[in-house]
Design a protein around this ligand. Structure first.
Ligand code: GUN
Ligand code: FE
Length: 453
């Protein structure tokens, strides 16, 4: 356990108890009776042993009586990072899971997304999804909105108002042969993306940033993809899209982009694979395509609920990790029916077990690894691991205070358990009733303080 001092900024909060997190070296490190100080800027100022309390607080003006002591069944874990979620699809989450991807998009998704021209509707849906995800422990979300710039800006405002860290993408699509009113011209898409970026950056929200968002290759012309690659490069922005989710889609991309060697190559050719790119799914990528991800530093978002719900495929996470491609988890609402990252953890484990059923030689994912993917892995996938993802001095304090034995909660503890079992129980059985408090950049955002919550 390292103990450093960042006491130039004042100490605002100190917690004592169990902390669990992932590090570069290990998927699960457990710090028992640890002491963690958060400075007035919301950053982790020190981490030490409980017994070092007096020493750690000596150089600060923090009053030891104000140290917050966790109870026996409580622990802190890093906030979870949802690397792929369609905020606009939250209105129909839990329904419409009876078709494969392309038919599903045309039948359900595009008609619903076209409604976000209406800012009142957008406000209703976006407020609900931000609150629901925060309450379930998503401290960082990488959102798709819709093609509507003003509604997308509203999503940024709502995330900022509730204190969620977010990347927000105005969706770009200049190709849609099925729902013809739900698309832009190439020029509109380019101009509105620039307006979206400029206006969102002008707000100077500390935790909310724009992400360049071509929906996926089939709904964009090559010309638009090229423009978006240039916009991302000129503004040093994140990029998000979808890749190789189902086999029919892969075939369509081959037909639409005959000059590209692979689906991944379409994005690569248009400068859309960078170390700030996150691509959802990737169920059907070849090892050559994974190598392109590794070489460019682009990452994948594993969305297991969606992959199962739309019968898209089963991502081989073990192989992605072996190929050293950065990987996080995503809910992919509403292709995935749950907005909770705990569900993504469970479905990631279930998916890995399905692969083991099919091939007993398959090296099944462990719960510690799934925990890592939901936290540190997600932060790496979004290239935010210099700021968030685990408890390291200098990083922002994005954290969940979990009580496994929360009264009225979903978990019955029969006997006293150690922290590793408590974490495993929470990941497999827990829900928002166990998440007592959520912190983003040191600010307590759950329980809500807003009267509207
Ligand atoms: N591919 C292109 N658009 C979408 C979408 O909205 N959801 C999913 N799951 N895949 C997509
Ligand atoms: Fe998606």
């Amino acid at each position: 356990m390292n103990s450093f001092d960042r006491s130039a900024a004042g100490i605002a909060q100190v917690f004592r108890g169990t902390f669990v997190h992932s590090t570069q070296q290990t998927a699960l490190e457990i710090l028992e009776d640890a002491l963690l100080g958060v400075d007035t800027e919301g950053k982790i100022a020190f981490i030490g042993k409980g017994e070092e309390l007096d020493k750690l607080l000596k150089s600060t003006n923090f009053n030891p009586s104000e140290v917050i002591q966790l109870s026996q069944h409580e622990f802190f874990m890093p906030g979870m990072v949802d690397t792929h979620i369609h905020a606009s699809q939250y209105s129909y989450a839990g329904t419409a899971l009876d078709m494969p991807l392309l038919q599903w998009l045309n039948t359900y998704t595009f008609p619903v997304e076209s409604q976000f021209k209406d800012l009142d509707f957008a406000n209703r849906v976006y407020s609900k999804v931000v609150k629901r995800t925060l309450r379930n422990g998503t401290t960082t979300a990488c959102y798709f909105a819709t093609i509507h710039t003003d509604a997308s800006l509203l999503l940024g405002k709502i995330a900022n108002d509730f204190g969620q860290r977010a990347l927000v993408g105005k969706v770009c699509m200049d190709r849609n042969n099925f729902v013809k009113h739900y698309k832009e011209t190439m020029q509109e898409s380019q101009d509105e993306t620039c307006r979206f970026i400029a206006e969102l950056l002008k707000k100077k929200y500390p935790l909310v940033k724009p992400v360049v968002t071509p929906r996926f290759a089939p709904s964009c012309t090559g010309a638009l993809l090229g423009q978006l690659g240039a916009i991302a490069k000129n503004n040093n922005l994140h990029i998000q899209s979808h890749v190789s989710e189902n086999t029919e889609e892969v075939k369509l991309v081959k037909e639409l982009f005959p000059d590209s060697e692979s689906y991944t190559d379409v994005y690569y050719k248009h400068n859309l694979l960078t170390d700030k790119t996150v691509m959802a799914h990737g169920c059907h990528l070849s090892d050559e395509e994974l190598a392109l991800f590794r070489e460019t530093g682009a990452s994948l978002s594993h969305c297991p609920n969606s992959n199962i719900s739309l019968c898209s495929g089963v991502l081989n996470v073990r192989n992605v990790l072996k190929q050293k491609v950065k990987l996080g988890l995503g809910t992919d609402v509403a292709g995935g029916y749950s907005a909770s990252m705990l569900d993504a953890v469970r479905k990631a484990l279930d998916s890995s077990k399905i692969l083991t059923i099919q091939d007993p030689e398959h090296d099944t994912l462990t719960f510690e690894e799934a925990f890592m993917l939901a936290t540190l892995g997600g932060s790496q996938a979004l290239s935010l691991d210099d700021q968030i993802g685990n408890f390291e001095v200098g990083k922002d304090f994005d954290a969940l205070r979990v009580n496994v034995a929360a009264p009225g909660g979903p978990i019955d503890l029969i006997q006293s358990e150690g922290p590793k079992i408590l974490l495993e129980k929470f990941l497999n059985l827990g829900d928002d009733r166990n998440i007592m408090e959520v912190f983003v950049a040191g600010r307590k955002v759950i329980p809500f303080t807003e009267p509207t919550a």
